[in-house]
Design a binder for this molecule. Structure first.
Ligand code: 9MR
Length: 504
């Protein structure tokens, strides 16, 4: 009992302590003193041995998967660069594969990482990147494809992980800087949510999460199950939440609220949703069927999330990006085609009907700073407001240091705020053209300006979310848009955001 108590205390300490952890240390095979942890993966009589030249050889194989493998303690959600040289002398050429056998709850499954053709007697390189999934055990191995009994050798196996240096005792916390203003959040995708090193850091810095992709219709709508239901009633909708669960579990265990993104969108929504019998080959359904599906979908999502995670989801993007770029009108979409121009209003009506008490309903869009789209957004919000179904507007704010410029952002913010709705900055990121200090300083300036603006509207703002944490995992990774470098160190923008909290 004392041991259990001690372990629990240690676990809690580890969760709270600043994270300076790295993933699996880099590895380079060294067969000078033996097999270096490599072993034969085989149900037959395959065996491994070190050759006189210092390579690792396998012989006695009777199936393609009979191979040399080694266990690696990989961190879920981290990516690794892998490389190995392979040589065979028995065939003119042989297809070779670098693979991973991963298991969870003792159940093993496989992924191929790299393929190459090894010509007789030639050292051939297999190299690739592996993003470690949500598994407890990882075995990396080299196998053949259609050459089941061939003997071969490997040498120079290397694995390079990224060493993350998150946090540290003195790093200030975003959520604390903004504690008196509004929650400071981030988008989190599945690969991050299953990575304990990252999530410990995210829980320190942020007090609001939103799934980056996992509550979108293409993650939630279960097309196969809906198809089965449609045989009895074409308006029924089946949903599933496997992709969202790691983040929802983590957030609920840590008591961190979640913003839901998004119920209705023209993208990341299965085409089948709009067709008879959920079959894209069949005609589009009628307006009536689609409206019934829309309500059933919204009801199912709201009901399931509230039942399994009571009170966790505090707000939803009901509709995302409905207004066209360069116009003050709705963009073309399946929703517009099948339902008609009132689909946004109907979605809000249903969301209001099924949302738990107190859950705020948002319309969310990008490029608010640009006309005539800005006017389109204001018109849509005004219509929703008159119907009493919308609580607020989410400014995505995917910006760049060169455009649209702070003046336009501020003007848009003031115009929308005058509607009197609640506001959020829902997807903040700022791209730069290169990774120079000058660009990162300019990025910091814009981040600081936007955050000072949000802080000056703190009474009206329900939260600010950055659209990711480290640059490498951003949807615009090549343009370094976030507050932390790929290795977890804070950028100038991080400090500018902290500083802006006191600048309203
Ligand atoms: O960050 C999301 C990225 O992982 C997806 O590939 C992409 C697909 O459209 O969606 C990204 O998130 C978008 C968000 O849902 C809505 N606003 C724009 C965001 C960036 O594309």
């Amino acid at each position: 009992m004392r041991w259990i108590g001690w372990l629990l205390t240690l676990g809690m300490l580890l969760q709270c302590a600043p994270v300076m952890a790295g993933a699996q240390a880099d590895y380079a095979s060294d067969f000078s003193a033996g097999t270096d942890g490599w072993y034969a993966r085989s149900t037959g009589s395959a065996s491994v041995s070190v050759t006189a030249e210092g390579a690792l050889a396998i012989a006695g194989r009777s199936a393609d998967w009979h191979s040399m493998g080694r266990d690696f303690a990989l961190a879920r959600g981290e990516s690794y660069r892998l490389s190995v040289q392979v040589r065979q002398s028995e065939a003119p050429e042989a297809r070779m594969i670098l693979s991973v056998a991963h298991s969870k709850y003792g159940l093993e499954s496989y992924e191929n990482i790299a393929f190459a053709t090894a010509k007789r007697d030639q050292w051939t390189t297999l190299s690739g990147t592996y993003l470690a999934g949500d598994f407890d055990r990882f075995v990396l191995y080299v196998e053949t494809l259609g050459a089941g009994t061939l003997a071969y050798e490997i040498r120079d196996f290397t694995l390079e992980g990224r060493t993350l240096s998150f946090g540290g005792d003195d790093l200030p916390l975003l959520k604390e800087a903004y504690a008196n203003l509004f929650p400071f959040g981030t988008a989190v995708t599945y690969a991050e949510a299953v990575n304990p090193v990252r999530m410990a850091f995210y829980a320190e810095q942020f007090n609001l999460f939103t799934p980056g992709n996992e509550l979108k219709p293409d993650s939630v709508l279960d097309v196969a199950a809906s198809r089965t239901l449609a045989a009895q009633d074409d308006t029924l909708v089946a949903v599933r939440f496997d992709a969202a669960r790691p983040l929802l579990d983590f957030a609920s265990a840590q008591g961190i609220p979640v913003h839901g993104h998004t119920l209705v969108w023209h993208q990341q929504t299965p085409e089948a949703f709009f067709h008879e019998g959920y079959d894209p080959a069949r005609p589009l359904v009628t307006r009536e069927t689609m409206l019934a599906r829309l309500e059933n979908y919204i009801r199912a999502v709201m009901t399931w999330t509230e039942e399994h995670y009571p009170g966790l989801i505090v707000s939803w993007d009901v509709v995302n990006e409905a207004v066209a770029d360069g116009q003050a009108a709705l963009r073309p979409s399946n929703w517009l085609t099948v339902v008609g121009g009132d689909y946004v209003e109907r979605a809000f009506e249903y969301a209001r009907r099924w949302a738990p008490e107190g859950v705020k309903l948002y319309y969310n869009d990008y490029n608010t700073a640009y006309e005539p789209k800005q006017t389109g957004i204001v018109n849509l919000l005004t219509a929703l407001q008159s119907q009493g179904t919308v609580d607020g507007y989410g400014f995505q704010m995917h910006h760049d240091i060169r455009q649209p410029g702070y003046a336009a952002i501020e003007k848009a913010f003031r115009r929308v705020s005058a509607l009197g709705l609640r506001l959020r900055i829902s997807e903040l990121d700022v791209t730069v053209p290169d990774s120079t200090d000058a660009s990162f300083d300019a990025q910091a300036v814009l981040y600081g300006q936007v955050m000072a603006l949000a802080a000056s509207f703190a009474d009206q703002v329900d939260g600010v979310q950055v659209w990711g944490v480290t640059d490498d995992l951003s949807w615009r990774a090549a343009q370094y848009p976030l507050l932390f470098y790929a290795d977890g160190r804070p950028k100038p923008a991080f400090y500018a955001v902290l500083e802006a909290a006191g600048r309203e």
